[in-house]
Design a protein around this ligand. Structure first.
Ligand SMILES: [Zn+2]
Length: 164
């Protein structure tokens, strides 16, 4: 049914274009070609109601797209806040939580320097930001250079310090 409307509309456009390129009639008489076009355009008005329906359908699709957009934005908010969210494929991604602490094998000795409460507090403030760029800056500003005991370097290829 939609194809029929499109065909019909194409026909009208073609005829209108054709009409526009018709040379002007100096004698003032209406050419038979022009009147035929007129009849065709008028007859097409009967289809108006169906064309109206097609427009209505288009609006419906647009609204659905907005809804998808909204859903994706909501998922993004949840994801960037470390909360549970659903992907486009309806897969559920579980909310983030603090990982188990380093073992005593850790060279930086994290677990001696930091309590579980402190770890939880950092976790909370990070996910509270809820925006990936700001979260990246948070990480960057929280890191300091590790000064190695021995640094292998030369003037041509200076090394950058590792971060922790
Ligand atoms: Zn550690």
């Amino acid at each position: 049914m939609e194809q029929a409307i499109i065909d019909n509309m194409n026909e009208i456009t073609t005829l209108q274009t054709f009409g526009a390129h018709q040379p002007a009639h100096t004698d003032g008489s209406t050419s038979t070609e022009e009147s035929r076009v007129q009849v065709l355009i008028e007859s097409s008005t009967a289809e108006e109601s169906t064309i109206g329906e097609a427009v209505e359908k288009k609006k419906g699709r647009k609204r659905k797209k907005n809804e998808e957009n909204w859903k994706q934005n909501q998922a993004k908010r949840l994801r960037n806040s470390g909360k549970e969210y659903k992907t486009k494929n309806d897969k559920t991604v579980r909310s983030r939580s603090v990982n188990p602490p380093c073992t005593d094998k850790c060279r930086i000795k994290c677990s001696e320097k930091m309590t579980e409460e402190q770890r939880q507090a950092i976790f909370d403030s990070y996910w509270k930001i809820g925006e990936s760029n700001a979260q990246r800056s948070f990480i960057m500003s929280s890191m300091t250079d590790i000064t190695p005991k021995y640094k292998y370097t030369n003037a041509e290829h200076p090394r950058k310090c590792n971060k922790a």
